[in-house]
Design a protein around this ligand. Structure first.
Ligand SMILES: C[S@@+](CC[C@H](N)C(=O)[O-])C[C@H]1O[C@@H](n2cnc3c(N)ncnc32)[C@H](O)[C@@H]1O
Length: 249
């Protein structure tokens, strides 16, 4: 049997399991496995689920936090209601959406941000990885408004150029940062998750006064990757800058 056949079968198996248990996506099992390993979601927690459509992670988060918890899901796309969750349609990188999240919170404080956010894939790995890196970094920056000291952050990342910049930026903000690849992910997938626990009361010295995005851009510039101001011609909901290797000489 080919490796591809084995991978497709494994993926289908997770999809079947998810469906039989009433979850909307195979991805639900990725969050379940993250939860089994790290126990990031606790009863009565307030959870922000970024990139929640079609709602698999939201379903898992609602189960974990129970009736006293609150799950707020946000996505560009409309998500069918998930009992026990508040759903917001919007771009998480926009201030308007941040305002909607604040309104949904009322007096409550977020304990955990989980983000399975993924751009609309173009099929060109370098482009997709670059857009994903910037998107995850923007989500980290946005989450800093909400996550209190001691809180947690989980994000999907795609292996590739610049990822260490994001991991370093996370380590400057959380005391415990680990990479984790759930078995429910495709075995050949370059996707992995960054599990960030215990937000520090203030960022480590080298990150003070800097956003995570600025840190990642500095890291890319150190690698010789130039950050251009022009927008890539690839259609995407978020306007990302094109990154290219600095020309030699
Ligand atoms: C892999 S899906 C999430 C699947 C989800 N965790 C589940 O289990 O159902 C990634 C989602 O990120 C969303 N997304 C991408 N860019 C976004 C943005 N700027 N703001 C909000 N959501 C975004 C996409 O619309 C997509 O639905």
């Amino acid at each position: 049997m080919s490796k591809r056949w084995y991978q497709d079968n494994r993926r289908d198996a997770w999809r079947r399991i998810a469906r039989s248990k009433g979850y909307r996506t195979r991805s639900a099992y990725k969050l379940k496995q993250i939860q089994e390993r790290f126990g990031i979601l606790r009863k009565a927690d307030v959870v922000l689920d970024v990139g929640c459509h079609p709602g698999g992670w939201t379903q898992v988060a609602v189960e974990e936090v129970g009736e006293d918890g609150l799950v707020i899901g946000v996505d560009l796309l409309a998500t069918s209601p998930v009992e026990g969750a508040r759903i917001i349609i919007g771009d998480v990188t926009e201030e308007r959406t941040m305002g909607q999240i604040r309104d949904a919170l009322g007096e409550r404080e977020i304990n955990v941000v989980v983000s399975d956010i993924s751009p609309k894939l173009t099929g060109r790995y370098d482009t997709d990885q670059t857009i994903s890196l910037e998107l995850s970094t923007l989500v980290l920056d946005a989450s800093m408004e909400f996550i209190p000291s001691g809180g947690s952050f989980v994000t999907k990342i795609f292996q590739g150029t610049g990822i260490e910049g994001l991991i370093d930026a996370a380590k400057d903000r959380f005391s415990n940062v680990q990479r984790y690849s759930p078995t429910a992910s495709r075995s050949a997938s370059s996707e992995t998750y960054l599990i960030c626990q215990n937000r520090l009361p203030k960022p480590r010295a080298r990150a003070q006064g800097k956003s995570a995005l600025e840190q990642v851009q500095l890291h890319l510039s150190d690698l010789g990757v130039v950050v251009e101001e022009e927008v890539d011609e690839v259609e995407t909901k978020v306007g990302f800058k094109r990154l290219r290797k600095r020309e030699e000489g």
